[in-house]
Design a protein around this ligand. Structure first.
Ligand code: ZN
Length: 354
């Protein structure tokens, strides 16, 4: 790929920095892995040593178990065989970072997944100057433009209130890591809150870090007589028989994909709330502009469209097909990506440690 500098290469295991001898978010086991964030498509087990942002260490530990993980504070740089490495907030989920690499005066920034809207569970996105930007593009089409999160949270609260008033349970599908905790940090207390088992362990890590969430209980403690609850569960449990016990209920999902009405209908949801932990199209373009980069590589999402839009704006733009999944809506989307994404949100955290 011509656009990458000679010292950063796209390999079958992931992005490799040759002079520093490390990989970034590799999808195969390597000697040294730098990790942007703890979602399963970016943080895979099996590598000998991990380096990540300090804020991400507890979440990476929860995912990977007893492996060698070193944390580094935001913005602090580390010299690795002549390559200056630093981690900068990406605002995507707690602990998520962009990774900045500098070698012989050239700067390459890898965004990982990121969002520009603020999120009380993590530090706000930081614009990092770059010569070459390696960017996600999950929502890289002009149809994706996010409303202010405050108004979406209000819509969700109103829906939950109306379910509560009607004695129905409100089931809200959201990613186990990141989205569920963001919702719990923003929603007002309308009624009792329960969470799926895959979310409970992650909530505990957030709370141990001082993030304040709505009072919640694991769903195993729910008494069937109690109605009007909010249950937050990963999208993977939709249509499972397990849900029958919550009758009567309404189902909704909080995801960027809810911007497309067809997706909502396809999943037979009562409501769809457009709340994403990724940048929308306009924020992707704005970030590219603000980075000052002349060259850009799009790694996952609507890569071809983004290459087209960036080229139109005069950038040297390329795509690199990676194994990152971005914001996955359903299992079939995940498979359609053709990638070896390991765990569904419902399976987090994995029990085996490499
Ligand atoms: Zn992610």
């Amino acid at each position: 790929m011509k656009v990458l500098p000679g010292w950063v290469r796209a390999t079958v295991a992931g992005l490799y920095c040759e002079p520093g001898d490390f990989f970034i978010d590799p999808w195969r086991p390597v000697k040294r892995a730098l990790i942007t964030h703890a979602h399963s498509d970016h943080a895979r087990g099996g590598s000998a040593a991990y380096l990540t942002a300090e804020e991400n260490v507890p979440l990476l530990r929860l995912r990977l178990g007893a492996v060698s993980i070193e944390g580094i504070p935001w913005g602090e740089s580390r010299c690795m065989s002549g390559v200056r490495v630093s981690f900068h907030p990406a605002g995507h989920i707690r602990g998520s970072s962009q990774i900045r690499l500098e070698y012989q005066g050239e700067v390459c920034v890898i965004t990982g997944d990121y969002k520009r809207h603020s999120d009380p569970t993590t530090v706000e996105f930081e614009v990092v100057r770059a010569d070459i930007l390696v960017s996600e593009s999950t929502f890289g089409l002009p149809i994706y433009q996010w409303a202010a999160p405050e108004s979406v949270i209000q819509e969700i609260a109103e829906w939950w209130s109306s379910c509560h008033a009607e004695g129905k349970n409100a089931i809200l599908y959201a990613y186990s890591l990141g989205k569920a905790q963001r919702l719990l940090s923003l929603l007002p207390p309308v009624g009792p809150v329960y969470v799926h088992g895959s979310i409970a362990a992650i909530n505990e890590v957030y709370e141990a870090a001082g993030i304040s969430l709505l009072p919640w209980r694991p769903v195993s403690l729910w008494d069937r007589m109690e109605k009007g609850i909010l249950l937050i569960a990963p999208p993977a449990v939709q249509k499972s028989r397990w849900l029958a016990r919550f009758e009567p209920y309404e189902e909704a999902q909080a995801s960027g994909w809810m911007a497309v009405r067809g997706r909502r209908r396809q999943r037979a949801l009562d409501r769809g709330f457009v709340l994403s932990d990724h940048a929308d199209f306009y924020q992707l373009m704005e970030t590219l502009r603000e980075s000052g980069a002349e060259k850009v590589v799009f790694t996952h999402g609507y890569t071809e469209a983004m290459v087209h839009f960036a080229q139109q704006q005069g950038y040297q733009a390329y795509l690199w097909k990676t194994d990152y999944a971005g914001e996955v809506d359903t299992e079939s989307d995940r498979q359609a990506g053709g990638s070896a994404v390991d765990a569904s949100p419902g399976e987090f955290p994995p029990t085996a440690s490499p």
